[in-house]
Design a protein around this ligand. Structure first.
Ligand SMILES: C[S@@+](CC[C@H](N)C(=O)[O-])C[C@H]1O[C@@H](n2cnc3c(N)ncnc32)[C@H](O)[C@@H]1O
Length: 237
């Protein structure tokens, strides 16, 4: 299973905000240049509000939430499916980068350390630098990524999709050899229309909008059940 957190709220501080007092103060505390830190609404809210009011920039509602990717990666990489080598986890960002993460990567459990890792990744393009990086970042759109991966089926989860329980959708996902699932890595708003067009199926699994990492954890678990992974893992020590 390939699980992509798409249009994720990760980017560096945009040029319009590098001079904002809250950003400058935060960068000084971190002993970094403002342009090299990751936009985070929990620290840069007042700066983001200013940009929203100026209306010069694209919508801010999908931006500044790198914590979503943090929780998503912890859920994905810690899953039995990943331990079995049956999961590929990728992050596509709102600024059109793709982050590749090796299945053996241990994401720091501490959020600030995770942000430090992301900042290092944007600086150096791979972490650790060298021949065997655990994480790599490169430019790619979501459609460019799908052209490379050539999935046999693309399933998008969205509250705007066709209502269907995960119990019902998982056998469909497990019925094909190279399925790819897209979950939105943002807190508000919806996927771009161009992303929805890439889908073979769009499903809604609850009447409410759930956190992306809750949906990811459940997709993974129901997929594990569809391929009878829990029983197999209990049988073979
Ligand atoms: C917090 S939601 C984004 C909010 C957005 N308003 C929405 O309704 O999808 C983050 C992501 O989790 C997934 N998600 C959340 N709730 C869902 C639901 N009820 N059905 C299907 N996917 C859901 C979607 O992939 C969504 O993009």
């Amino acid at each position: 299973l390939t699980l992509v957190l798409a249009e994720s709220s990760i980017e560096r501080i945009p040029p319009e905000l590098t001079g904002h007092p809250s950003v400058v103060a935060h960068a000084r505390r971190k002993q970094k240049e403002p342009c090299s830190i990751i936009l985070d609404r929990s620290y840069h809210h007042s700066a983001m509000i200013q940009l929203e009011c100026s209306k010069t920039s694209k919508t801010m509602s999908k931006r500044g939430r790198p914590d979503i990717t943090f929780h998503f990666l912890l859920a994905g990489l810690g899953s039995p499916l990943n331990r079995e080598g049956l999961l590929t986890v990728l992050v596509h960002t709102i600024d059109d980068h793709v982050i590749e993460i090796d299945a053996s990567t241990r994401i720091p459990k501490n959020y600030d350390r995770f942000i430090g890792l992301l900042e290092q990744l944007y600086d150096q393009r791979s972490v650790p630098p060298g021949d065997h990086p655990l994480m790599r970042i490169r430019r790619s759109t979501i459609s460019g990524l799908l052209e490379e991966l050539k999935p046999s089926m693309t399933i998008v989860f969205s509250t705007l999709g066709k209502p269907s329980t995960l119990e019902d959708t998982s056998p469909l996902i497990a019925s094909t050899d190279n399925p790819l699932v897209l979950i939105g890595g943002f807190a508000h708003s919806h996927f771009e229309e161009s992303t929805i067009k890439l889908a073979d199926y769009v499903f809604s699994i609850d009447r409410d909008a759930l956190d992306a990492w809750i949906v990811a954890g459940r997709v993974i678990y129901e997929y594990e059940r569809s391929i009878r992974l829990p029983e197999r893992r209990l049988r073979s020590p």
